[in-house]
Design a protein around this ligand. Structure first.
Ligand SMILES: *Cc1c(COP(=O)(O)O)cnc(C)c1O
Length: 341
């Protein structure tokens, strides 16, 4: 049975697994000085058409926390959306690794920060008693399955830079956003003003690992030491980096992401036709958020389905992954229909 609780319930995609196995040959230099890590870093520079600095971390919490810490002093603050993973799901990691930089949550429709919301937080206080805003962070795709358009990112980044803030992007589902927008990776990152991207690998189909991509190389000074101190420097780095080669080769990452998005679309279309169900957010990536009667949610659980209900009362989240089968979506929909009847 496939589940919809999270895209990280899925296994390793075949391209990543093949690349992982192919890297398991003989001895190779440790700590990132191996040919696979060099090749993936070059491949990412090609993908982004930029001379960026690339690092690998074991998970998204570490990638975000360390990237944010590298942009802040302890007396700084980070403006994020109130639903941002960095604020709600990282157990204080960004604050901990930055030695106290405070997260300042702001509101915005459909899980998106807006220039107005950012402006309000920046203008709120400028006195010495308040943590100085230094970073704006965006999640792409957002925690509620929507995506920022290139012009939305550019508007936020322009405002941020005008006030001396850096722009960080939590791209745990960056692939889904790129597939959804049909934009180039460069257009929704550095060309729109993003300084640092945490490019999610795990949810995209890797066994483990995320890439931290610094478009402004001056910001990555000493980042290697920060990773090491935080316990995020893989000694057999080739096994963290090589799977990326498989995914990035011939667009596999985008095909998988587009597939996951299409499965979410299929689920959303089916849900919309069920009485008593309604979608809570536009479905633009690989997640579907729906309000469902409590009896239906209980019934789904009783039938063995796993999903999260962290968005408000009656809200359920269904995530699709690279391997979600149309039959699984249809089976979930059939149970939903039966329970709603
Ligand atoms: C999954 C996710 C992360 C990374 O979480 P880890 O469990 O630490 O790998 C970061 N941001 C968002 C929005 C996520 O969904």
């Amino acid at each position: 049975m496939q589940h919809f609780a999270s895209d990280n319930y899925a296994g390793i995609c075949p391209e990543a697994l093949d690349a992982l196995i192919a890297a398991n040959v003989g001895h190779a230099p440790a700590y990132g000085d191996d040919e696979w890590t060099h090749r993936v870093s070059d491949r990412l520079r090609e993908l982004f058409a930029a001379d960026c600095d690339v690092y690998f971390a074991f998970n998204g919490t570490a990638a975000n926390s360390l990237a944010l810490a590298s942009l802040c002093q302890s007396y700084h603050s980070v403006v994020c959306h109130e639903l941002a993973h960095v604020d709600t799901d990282e157990c204080g990691g960004p604050e901990f690794f930055s030695n106290g930089s405070k997260l300042l949550p702001a509101q915005g429709e459909n899980g998106k920060l807006t220039p107005d919301a950012l402006r309000e937080v920046i203008a709120r206080r400028s006195d010495i008693h308040y943590p100085k805003p230094r970073v704006a962070t965006l999640t792409q795709a957002t925690e509620v399955g929507t995506v920022y358009r290139p012009d939305e990112i550019a508007a936020i980044a322009e405002l941020a830079h005008a006030h001396g803030l850096r722009v960080h992007m939590d791209g745990a589902r960056f692939a889904n956003a790129v597939a959804s927008l049909g934009a180039s990776p460069a257009d929704i990152t550095w060309r729109a003003g993003v300084d640092v991207l945490c490019f999610g690998g795990t949810k995209m189909g890797l066994p483990v690992g995320e890439a931290v991509v610094f478009f402004d190389r001056a910001l990555s000074e000493d980042f290697a030491w920060r990773c090491k101190q935080a316990g995020q420097l893989a000694s057999k780095m080739r096994f963290l980096s090589a799977p990326w080669l498989g995914l990035l080769a011939d667009g596999a990452w985008l095909r998988h992401a587009a597939h996951a998005n299409a499965m979410a679309r299929r689920l959303a279309d089916g849900l919309a036709a069920i009485s008593g169900a309604h979608l809570l957010f536009p479905v633009e990536a690989n997640g579907v958020f729906a309000e469902l009667p409590p009896a239906v949610l209980d019934g789904l659980r009783a039938r063995g389905w796993r999903f999260y209900t962290f968005i408000g009362a009656g809200g359920a989240r269904f995530m699709c992954a690279w391997d979600t089968q149309p039959e699984s979506v249809d089976a979930l929909l059939a149970d939903l229909r039966a329970l709603a009847a």
